[in-house]
Design a protein around this ligand. Structure first.
Ligand code: GDP
Ligand code: MG
Length: 357
């Protein structure tokens, strides 16, 4: 199963003495070989993570009501008729795919059914799988850290309790494993406990946390953080913010200020504005994204708490309506539970294994 791991050489091959070494003691061939080995290792790690992620998704998402009702359809080998379309519609609505997206999907299936596109119900269900996948593929764009940006600034926003601070911790760990240096800015100055939460996390993981304490101006914390990160030549800066309701105009405007202040230090910062969404909130997620996007121009999404919810369908509605990249999904509270969004893995976790293969 993990064949690609076996192919990986134990060590870089010894340099051949044929070419004259350069002054630094490394020939261009040495450097090229080292680069290739590094790329191969990175690729192998990504592949291994994807395989692990797929298993994790099957384990967590596979048990949800959404997966059970969709999986039930596929397993039963139903008749190719209007009743099947009704069942699909119910399954999608129940899973919070949303009324509009559901209607579109079902309408497409109905048209094709009438055009005698499907030999049997199984063919229709396979088309449904492809349709679901096609909705998610355009938003599956993993977050890349631009090495030119020093630091690459990530601003995390979202309503209260969605998992912003937890996600920052998980991301920081991921970036460290990828060999990036990083720093955090404790921009949730609403609650003393929030600043403390990030500081403790930073100490435990050897990551510097820039903070000014409770009630400080979050824009000023972000500004300080960016200047410090720049001065120390750090690769990535992640700024936390206080949770706010998308309906609180004043607080939403504050996000715009944080954005502008960061832009004064580096015109391209923040390079990523991550909106964290609680996957159990259902269709309200759409309102949240709409409002946050208007205030601060969201460039990526993290959908958390998809473990044990029947509402994972909201990803389809988000993808359809906004087309903003879904960077990560949260499948639990452990660091490794934050997974790079993998649409095939996600869709196949919702459907029976035989189809996904
Ligand atoms: N089950 C589950 N819990 C999560 C996930 N992500 C975050 N949480 C929990 O959600 C709660 C709120 O998280 P926190 O990061 O403090 O939210 P914040 O207010 O947005 O900063 C914590 O108890 C987290 O452990 C997830 O993917 N799955
Ligand atoms: Mg927080």
């Amino acid at each position: 199963m993990f064949d690609f791991l076996k192919k990986k050489p134990e060590k870089p091959e010894p340099a051949k003495p044929a070419e004259a070494p350069t002054r630094a003691g490394f020939s261009p061939e040495d450097l090229a070989r080292a680069f290739t080995v590094h790329q191969e290792e990175k690729q192998a790690r990504l592949e291994a993570e994807r395989a692990e992620g797929r298993e994790a998704m099957r384990g967590t998402l596979g048990g949800t009501l959404f997966a059970r009702s969709l999986g039930g359809l596929f397993a039963r080998n139903p008749k190719l008729d209007e009743d099947l379309l009704d069942e699909i519609e119910t399954a999608l609505i129940t899973a919070d795919v949303g009324v509009t997206a559901t209607r579109e999907i079902v309408e497409r299936m109905r048209k094709r059914m009438k055009a005698r596109d499907f030999a049997d119900a199984q063919a229709l269900l396979t088309a449904l799988r492809n349709d679901l996948l096609a909705m998610l593929k355009p938003v599956a764009k993993p977050l890349g850290i631009d090495a030119e940006a020093k630091p690459f600034v990530i601003l995390t926003v979202g309503v209260n309790g969605v998992g912003k601070t937890t996600t920052i911790g998980k991301l920081a760990r991921r970036f460290q494993l990828d060999g990036h240096t990083l720093m955090l800015a404790a921009g949730d100055t609403f609650r003393a406990a929030a600043v403390e939460q990030l500081k403790i996390w930073g100490e435990r993981n050897n990551v510097a946390v820039i903070a000014q304490g409770q009630d400080a101006d979050p824009a000023s914390v972000a500004f300080d953080g960016l200047q410090a990160a720049k001065a120390r030549g750090v690769d990535v800066l992640i700024a936390d913010t206080a949770g706010r309701l998308h309906t609180q105009q004043g607080l939403m405007a504050e996000l715009g200020k944080i954005r502008r202040v960061l832009g004064k230090v580096d015109a391209r910062a923040p390079h990523e504005v991550l909106l964290v969404i609680d996957g159990t909130t259902g269709q309200n997620a759409l309102n949240q994204l709409r409002q946050f996007h208007a205030a601060v121009n969201v460039t990526g999404l993290v959908v958390t708490k998809l473990d044990g919810t029947a509402k994972g369908g909201v990803l389809f509605a988000l993808a359809r309506e906004f087309g903003i990249p879904i960077r990560f999904i949260g499948l639990g509270e452990k660091p490794e539970d934050l997974r790079v969004f993998d649409p095939e893995g996600f869709v196949d976790a919702l459907l029976p294994g035989t189809l996904g293969a």
